[in-house]
Write a protein that binds this ligand. Sequence first.
Ligand SMILES: *[C@@H]1O[C@H](CO)[C@@H](O)[C@H](O)[C@H]1NC(C)=O
Ligand SMILES: *[C@@H]1O[C@H](CO)[C@@H](O)[C@H](O)[C@H]1NC(C)=O
Length: 191
Amino acid sequence: MRPAWICLSQNAHILSLIFCLCHYTQAITIQVSGNTVTAPVQGSALFSVDITCIGTPTVRWTFSSVSRQQWIAAWILGGSANVTQMYKGRVQTHPNGSLSISNLRLQDSGYYTITVTEMSGNSKDMGLVLSVTEVLHEDIQFLVVFVIVLATLAAILMLCMWLLNKLYRFIKAWIQRRCLPEHTETELQPL
Ligand SMILES: *[C@@H]1O[C@H](CO)[C@@H](O)[C@H](O)[C@H]1NC(C)=O
Ligand SMILES: *[C@@H]1O[C@H](CO)[C@@H](O)[C@H](O)[C@H]1NC(C)=O
């Protein structure tokens, strides 16, 4: 009975040691609900992050696309944020490290990186993709394509009906010509 209890207790100690080690090596975690955010032009996007780390971290957001790279905002969680001139008025920083950008433009599409740095100097990055879409334009394009397809279908249907009508008349005339050979010439005239 006693040795078994000791064994169990030792296992528990080892488990808690492993847990502590894991916790120490993965001190910073950044959780996002999705890696891609899609928003329309003039709309707004929220990059929602859930940060866990030791102490109070510094959060820094940067933007990069094919044509440019730019830091957006940096702040110590709980403190006031430094927002770069270019994004002032468009960017909102949240106490949990999340970032919102409003009045979106097409050029805002790209890669957004959050860097979380602890007091000790440890840091971790996480990247998110923003895709800004031209909703209205796409809707109109869809409508135009839809109308063209409908018009084409209607035209094909009308052509088929016209052809069938012609065929019907032709066959009717042909049968009549076969049955009454003497009336052939006069029957075919109206066609
Ligand atoms: C962070 O804060 C913002 C604003 O209060 C909120 O909308 C968002 O859901 C929060 N994110 C998480 C992961 O809690
Ligand atoms: C914000 O800007 C001030 C002045 O430019 C600077 O002293 C401070 O360190 C900056 N804070 C962060 C978190 O970058």
